[in-house]
Write a protein that binds this ligand. Sequence first.
Ligand code: UN1
Length: 494
Amino acid sequence: MDSFQNYIDGQWVSARSGHTFTNHNPASGAALGRFPDSSVEDVAAAADAANRALPSWRATPAPQRAEILYRVAAMMRERKDDLARALTTEMGKVLKEAAGDVQEGIDMTLYMAGEGRRQFGFTTPSELPNKWAMAVRQPKGVIGAITPWNFPMAIPTWKLMPALISGNTAVFKPSQYAPQTAWHLTRLFEEAGLPPGVLNVVFGDGPDTGKAVVEHPLISFVSFTGSNAVGTEVARRCAELGKGVALEMGGKNAIIVLDDADVSLALDGVIWSAFGTSGQRCTAASRLIVQRGVLDEFQTRLVERTEKLRLGPGLDPNTDVGPVINPAQLDKIAAYIPIGQAEGARVATGGRRPPATDLTGGYYFEPTVLIDARPEMRVAREEIFGPVTSVIRAGDLDEAITINNGVPYGLSSSIFTRDIDKAFRAIDGITTGIVYVNAGTIGAEVHLPFGGTRGTGNGHREAGQAALDTYTEWKSIYIDYSGRLQRAQIDTAS
Ligand code: UN1
């Protein structure tokens, strides 16, 4: 088994305690590599290094910072296939999707490298004569980035690229279930010539290592992606410690299918959004709100399509749906089936671990459709994060929108309709951060804001220009060249 180390101040080092943990291949359960189980001391060393690196990184012209990001992107592109295979091996998603995850990382890296020559501030007229007014972006300081296992390449780049291009330094704590992809990303930064201390990586779990990142006094801003329960705790600690925090905490996304929809197209969108990445996306479609007139046809065809999906290892080119990440997640997903049944939902297909012996050892769950779900059921309100979707009936568009909005999350929504008026009414009425028309709920592009309302987040957005707001502070600058004291709001008062 290979052994991996933390990356602190430009050095590869073991955890001070010498403790390690192991990551596993979800397709087989096989152990893959040994990683440092980092403690408060390791995080402190990382935060210290990041803090020492801050003045010179901040003083490095942004276009020079960008050169390093461009090199990282070029290497990611060259090594895309190998990175994708490594990602599938530790995380389970099918190879094509793993390549998509890496591509999203490349796209984000290039987008943010471009910000090296933008990061626009603005000038604006002063209310006084002979006075100049402008605003520029400044780095926040040392950023703590805590990332999940479901997009182990894309999501770290969503946080690290805007943070680093803006002149921040970082302490990065990737998920313990997908540490190897984070290790590869760190190696790319090292090879690209990132100065020591600018990016520091500490491996470990949430309750110990993640908590130490949240609590370290030199880390002034925390960006977290994960569950609502953990994110809420992160926010509480950050509030107590006076830190800024950006949260992305999942979804309970719905696809609305109206009577006038192209049902075949809607089914394509549903299959991709509900079962892609085995449903382990924040953006996964785990509710299908279907109008009465099309419900029977939709359900029959959905079950047929779902039963054709081939479950298997992500590296097998014939696989449509890979395993889920770990046994705990498998148990959690499986537990939702009796919960749904007890509330009156019925399993139309799936609902169990596959009986096939060749999948024994891996963490597989059959793609599952629950029907007769109602909006108040737990399966229709809680994030399951697995290949399970629930069909809910709606009478009309207004009812569908009300159901769509009536959950504790607000990330992504979609509507399938051929009626332009209804599409625009849905765009207006839906209160999630992302809305798709005639496409599924997944597949956000890196140059648009990503995030959501209600329990999905705390108002910040990742990706695009919005990410710069997360990782920078505005500084307003006034230059008075009148040679005399000019008093704003007083000398101009009429
Ligand atoms: C996530 O699941 O947290 O829009 C990220 C999508 C992908 C990103 C998902 N581009 O589904």
